[in-house]
Design a protein around this ligand. Structure first.
Ligand SMILES: [Zn+2]
Length: 388
């Protein structure tokens, strides 16, 4: 390399000390990233938790408005929206209004509410699913399955609504969207680096295949659990400000736990991969928060005279639900046992006729029925299910 070429090369790699340039770029990027991070750092109301959130309230609201339109239209097309004149709608509306008013009276939420400008609306959906959700724009959807599940006490429903409303108030959706963006950016960088070192299609394919799983295991699931726990705690507070009986909160989750176990979707088996904290953890956490909730009630509610014992009615609703499930299982067992008996007779006959093909097809059927029977009998062992 002659002097001229050398000078050209040095110029190309960015001066006599290229590492200085790399250092400057690195320092510059870190500073920019730092400023960006700090600029998007915000504090949650009530829990005062610092979090990084790149999605603005306006952005979430716009997205939520589109989602709301789509979801509502879907329910309307299926004719599932319960009339606003119905007693059920009026009941849910009254509970939601009481919670919203309590939140509006709370000084700690004043700024949040004026920033978010939530459009609180309530829709009751005709569906047997035990479910409710609130969109980031404040639109509340409650399924009749949940209303039936909880029974006649409003307090239980208030706890679920308080929890769901908290997701909107604390902008949990925006927080999760931010997390997703960060994860995929970092993942793309890592993927790019690996691709650069080992340019193999198989590795790229495998990484691409596992990304959703990785995202859930590393970030989404533990993070959602954290947000769920926060929604439980704040939801309980909001319901207490509205003078609902806080004892209903652990009761609701206890009911859900028993229900999940009876239906064979016991979340403790999925402790690690469940988006929600296990029901038992929830019950424990909420029980610990009861003293604080009663304290809030004692100086916020003019009287505790109207706060009634919700346990009997909620337990009665639970008992009824459990009896329903148990009798369903009994009917299924009887039907399967009857089918097994019939197929066994047919199999015997086929054997006598030495029809091997038929024997095999009956055996296949028997295996299927017996497997189903085993599954139902296991479900029948769930705690909380009456045996007879
Ligand atoms: Zn939730």
């Amino acid at each position: 390399m002659d002097e001229h070429q050398k000078a050209k090369f040095v110029r190309r790699i960015g001066g006599r000390r290229p590492y200085q340039r790399v250092g400057k770029i690195a320092a510059g990027s870190t500073a920019v990233a730092g400023v960006y991070y700090v600029a998007h750092l915000e504090q949650t109301p009530i829990t005062k938790r610092y979090r990084f959130c790149t999605v603005s309230a306006d952005e979430s609201k716009k997205k939520a408005a589109a989602a709301y339109k789509r979801i509502l239209e879907e329910f309307q097309d299926e004719d599932k929206v319960v009339s606003e004149h119905s007693a059920t709608h009026k009941r849910v509306m009254a509970i939601a209004t009481r919670l919203i008013k309590a939140a509006e009276h709370e000084p700690a939420l004043e700024r949040t509410l004026s920033n978010l400008q939530l459009d609180w609306v309530v829709h009751v959906i005709q569906s047997s699913k035990v479910n409710a959700f609130v969109l980031p724009g404040g639109q509340i959807f409650v399924y009749t399955g949940l209303i039936d599940f909880i029974g006649k006490e409003d307090d239980g429903l208030a706890m679920v609504l308080g929890h769901e409303m908290t997701h909107a108030l604390l902008r949990h959706g925006a927080e999760q969207a931010t997390l997703k963006t960060i994860f995929y950016s970092v993942e793309t960088l890592i993927l790019g680096a690996i691709w650069f070192m080992i340019p193999s299609d198989i590795i790229a394919y495998l990484l691409h295949k596992t990304e959703t799983y990785l995202f859930q295991a590393v970030t989404e699931l533990p993070y959602s659990r954290k947000l769920e726990t926060e929604a439980d705690a704040v939801g309980l507070q909001i319901a207490s400000w509205a003078c609902y009986n806080p004892e209903a909160a652990p009761l609701v989750w206890e009911m859900m736990d028993n229900y999940a176990k009876a239906m064979g979707t016991d979340s403790s088996n999925l402790r690690y991969f469940s988006t929600h904290p296990t029901h038992e953890t929830r019950v424990e956490d909420l029980t610990k928060q009861l003293d604080h909730a009663w304290e809030e009630i004692s100086w916020r509610c003019p009287t505790t005279k109207f706060i009634k014992d919700v346990r009997p009615a909620m337990e009665a609703a639970q008992k009824q639900r459990m009896e329903g499930i148990a009798s369903q299982y009994r009917a299924q067992v009887a039907e399967l046992e009857d089918n097994i008996h019939k197929v066994e007779i047919n199999k015997k006959r086929a054997k006598q006729q030495q029809n091997e093909e038929k024997v095999q097809s009956y055996e296949q059927k028997l295996r299927k029925y017996r497997q189903r029977l085993k599954t139902i009998k296991e479900k029948q062992q769930a705690p909380g299910l009456p045996t007879q």
